[in-house]
Write a protein that binds this ligand. Structure first.
Ligand code: MG
Length: 378
């Protein structure tokens, strides 16, 4: 059964032309294949853990900050709106959006950097590749196959970036990185929906935390433009409400631009099918130049003023020492991990390190902190 709307664009992913699943399965009776992917993602353990994983602010810093789960829901919301407007496969973009951060470590990017350092001699650690590993191998839920056995198209969308070295080990899925081909429009879209979501919610969270001020934000052209409009209409609006109103307008502004610009690009290039999308020299989904510039400037601003803020960085230092200790201890004594991870007879150092990395990457912030406390006291 095909769940795709009738108005699907010819260059969208067509479910009946899917490259299928690694382990063939009979089609679902009342759902489409991408609906089934989405449902498997929602039922996965890794998805439930996202609620206790840091986006920027560590989970215990406050109840109102974004977590990886709420971030993923915001990405899905934005991506679905755009997909529907452009006639792209909405169910597929939802599945990719909900899965795109499944491979993230505890403690946000600091956690990933720390784990990557620990894994330097063993092939490194990269959260994108880990998201794929989660859905391909680590979720042990089905009797017939390892992982979630998702369709090729969902897996393609999850693997946003990949080094050439890793791409060579990924068979068909890695080919596009070697051939410099583009992914589906649905995958391109989720990539931008991700950036739209974090650019906006990080302004909100950064302001809430007192790390970003209104004066600073007003130096950003995108913010300033909407600040002026809102301020003109409601000069006495309290700050919190003002910020919400501005963010709401910024999201609408960039999403509308993304739809208008992409739709113009598609009309101009008129790709006959997804192969034309893949072979084009650059992604077809994108902002207009002025919005690309403002959106990029805001992203840069957040890098400099929020992600590298002293308070965020001091947390990052703590994170690094926690991950270092966990990694060292589990490597030295695998029995400190549950038996499903510790039973590795005759495994090489690299194999053992990968298992340790899988175990640590799967942890929530609070579980990692509790494990750190337990092992540090030994
Ligand atoms: Mg994300």
């Amino acid at each position: 059964m095909n769940s795709a709307p009738e108005s699907l664009a010819p260059c969208a992913v067509q479910e009946e032309k899917s490259r299928g699943r690694q382990f063939p399965e009979p089609p679902p009776a009342y759902r489409g294949e991408y609906q089934r992917d989405r449902d498997r993602i929602i039922h996965s353990t890794a998805f439930r853990r996202l609620v206790y994983k840091t986006q920027v602010f560590v989970n215990h810093e406050g109840d109102l900050y974004r977590t990886r789960l709420t971030h993923s829901l915001e990405v899905a919301q934005i991506a679905r709106t755009v997909a529907r407007a452009l006639g792209l496969n909405e169910t597929l973009v939802e599945a990719i959006s909900l899965a795109h951060d499944l491979g993230h470590t505890p403690f946000g990017h600091a956690g990933q950097d720390a784990l990557n350092k620990c894994m330097q001699d063993f092939g490194g650690f990269e959260h994108n590749l880990q998201s794929l590993r989660v859905v391909d191998e680590l979720e042990a839920k089905y009797a017939d196959f390892p992982g979630l056995n998702l369709t090729w198209e969902t897996r393609e969308g999850i693997l946003k970036h990949c080094s050439k070295r890793n791409a060579r080990n990924l068979g068909d899925l890695g080919k596009r990185f070697l051939n410099r081909h583009q992914p589906s429009l649905e995958a391109q879209l989720v990539n931008l929906a991700d950036a739209i979501a974090y650019n906006n919610h990080d302004v909100d969270d950064g302001f809430r935390a007192g790390l970003l001020t209104l004066d600073q934000l007003c130096e950003q052209p995108l913010f300033r433009q909407h600040y002026d409009d809102v301020h003109r209409s409601w000069p006495k609006l309290e700050d919190r409400r003002l910020i919400y109103e501005i963010i709401r307008r910024m999201i609408d502004h960039v999403v509308t631009d993304l739809i208008d610009n992409t739709s113009a690009v598609i009309a101009l290039l008129s790709p006959v099918d997804i192969n034309a999308v893949r072979k084009y020299e650059k992604p077809m989904v994108g902002f207009s130049e002025p919005v690309k510039e403002m959106h990029g400037a805001l992203k840069q601003f957040l890098h400099e003023n929020l992600y590298r803020h002293n308070r965020v960085c001091s947390m990052n230092e703590k994170t690094k020492s926690m991950i270092d200790l966990l990694f060292g201890r589990y490597m030295a004594d695998p029995d400190e991990m549950p038996t499903s991870f510790s039973e590795q007879e005759n495994a090489s150092d690299a194999d053992r390190a990968r298992v340790v990395a899988d175990y640590i990457a799967g942890m929530t912030d609070r579980f990692a902190a509790a494990e750190h406390k337990r092992l540090a006291a030994k």
